[in-house]
Design a protein around this ligand. Structure first.
Ligand SMILES: O=C(CO)[C@H](O)[C@H](O)COP(=O)(O)O
Length: 232
């Protein structure tokens, strides 16, 4: 396991340890959350916690929850989400995030924003002074609007690029059947304004800026030969 994978595993485990019996848990997407899902499943299997139901944020989360024996529910059935655990691509000092590296940010924002407590799990490579420093802003777009949306984003000063598949010819298609445009902004001075402005472009479904949504950030960091977990 690489040091980064080790950080992801330990931070996933730390978040899973916060899940209590009789709770409804938002299950995020990505490689860090995958460890959290695995450990929630283990705690259920060991009888350490009981009566936990998951609400997945993607096809990936659904598959993992089934693999690790976490019963699932839906937003139509559940009256609340007690805790959501999800990864991020960047975290700033105000706990604002860029998400969507796995093209799942639309469902993630719905679930994470509804949770009474939203815990973000990251390794320390994801911590930045300013959003947009290392990662592009993902924007989910309905397919027929992709060209006008890209033009509108250019007018805002962004440099958009259509996300292409890996080991799949053509663009990435989201779980909703849409496309993802990744946008480079020279400087994101006001993430809250940009989040709203992007979502106001006709044809945009949702973007990966998560402003004021996260309650707690758990950060995995290698120190010597072990991983410590810091809180933000
Ligand atoms: O937002 C996401 C998926 O849409 C992920 O949570 C984000 O990309 C982080 O993934 P990872 O834990 O694999 O680095």
């Amino acid at each position: 396991m690489t040091p980064q994978d080790l950080m992801k595993q330990e931070v996933g485990k730390a978040a899973a340890a916060r899940v209590q019996s009789n709770s409804i848990v938002g299950l995020g997407t990505g490689s860090t959350t995958a460890f959290a899902i695995e450990f929630i499943g283990k705690r259920l299997a060991d009888g350490e916690i009981t009566n936990v139901k998951g609400i997945p944020t993607s096809f990936q989360a659904t598959v993992l929850a089934k693999q690790y024996g976490i019963p699932l529910t839906t937003l139509d059935e559940a009256d609340r989400i007690d805790i959501a655990i999800d990864g991020a691509d960047e975290v700033d000092p105000n706990k604002n995030l860029i998400k969507g590296g796995g093209a799942a940010h639309t469902q993630e924002k719905v679930v994470d924003a509804l949770a009474n407590q939203f815990i973000v799990v990251v390794d320390n490579t994801k911590i930045v002074d300013k959003l947009g420093s290392t990662f592009l802003v993902p924007v989910e777009v309905i397919p027929m609007a992709v060209t006008p949306v890209m033009r509108a984003i250019e007018k805002l000063g962004g440099k958009p690029q259509l996300r292409m598949g890996v080991k799949k010819a053509g663009p990435v298609v989201t779980d909703q059947g849409n496309l993802v445009v990744d946008v480079k902004f020279d400087s994101i001075d006001n993430p809250a304004d940009l989040e709203k402005t992007l979502n106001n472009i006709p044809g945009v479904l949702e973007n990966g800026l998560f402003v004021g949504v996260a309650d707690l950030i758990l950060v995995g960091e290698v120190q010597g030969d072990k991983v410590i977990i810091k809180e933000m």
